[in-house]
Design a binder for this molecule. Sequence first.
Ligand SMILES: Nc1nc2c(c(=O)[nH]1)N(C=O)[C@@H](CNc1ccc(C(=O)N[C@@H](CCC(=O)O)C(=O)O)cc1)CN2
Ligand SMILES: Nc1ncnc2c1ncn2[C@@H]1O[C@H](COP(=O)(O)OP(=O)(O)OP(=O)(O)O)[C@@H](O)[C@H]1O
Length: 204
Amino acid sequence: MSHLEDEPEPDKRTLRRGFLAARNALTTDDVRTAALALAERAGELPELAHARTVAAYVSVGGEPGTLTLLDALHARGVRVLLPALLPDNDLDWGAYAGEGSLAPVRHGGRTALLEPAGERLGPDAVTDADVVLLPGLAVDAGGMRLGRGGGSYDRVLARLAAVGARPSLVVLLYDGEVVDRLPAEAHDRPVHAVVTPSGVRRFA
Ligand SMILES: Nc1nc2c(c(=O)[nH]1)N(C=O)[C@@H](CNc1ccc(C(=O)N[C@@H](CCC(=O)O)C(=O)O)cc1)CN2
Ligand SMILES: Nc1ncnc2c1ncn2[C@@H]1O[C@H](COP(=O)(O)OP(=O)(O)OP(=O)(O)O)[C@@H](O)[C@H]1O
């Protein structure tokens, strides 16, 4: 992206469109191969090795795959919390109990998400997490994350801060989604690390 450095910062919407188009161009095989590498790389994170509760999400479509990782955590006895999207874009949470505990839910015209089918624990349940795995479209060298724009995870991060919870914040991405710089707003908060198929990068 260095050839763009002299141009005005493209806004978040334009950036989102570009990153989503690249994901849409991936084949099922690309996604599957990357998901295996991601699970392996994430397995190297000491934060995950020691976590008792992990807040995560089930990837859909071209998103970097998370299910292999979720199954590995669940099999080790880690409590895995998964989000359920509420009408105002806030997130409720439920526990992952294997693939049978997921239900496809379509919100509006969007791709169906896989959400926890069991008991709902309430939006504050995320404050129990030792590690939060956040979805995103990109992260920059300062750890600032570009999300989908719903503000769901902005609210999660605000809620964690409000109760003084300081879990490790980790975003799972493809290699090309780690960039030099993203536009940041006052409410944006940096993550601690990014996992891509080629490895883990930590932010100061
Ligand atoms: N897998 C997953 N679950 C998640 C999120 C996410 O980003 N990914 N969320 C993050 O906040 C929350 C749900 N919010 C979402 C907001 C917008 C779209 C969305 O615009 N989807 C588009 C593009 C899908 C694609 O990448 O191909 C669509 O369905 O058209 C999806 C989820 C909680 N669960
Ligand atoms: N703590 C908050 N509570 C409610 N709304 C918020 C909060 N923080 C940010 N928002 C709103 O959410 C919207 C999306 O913000 P932004 O573009 O940063 O989303 P994002 O970080 O890309 O998405 P996400 O958090 O879903 O991954 C903005 O309109 C913003 O004002």
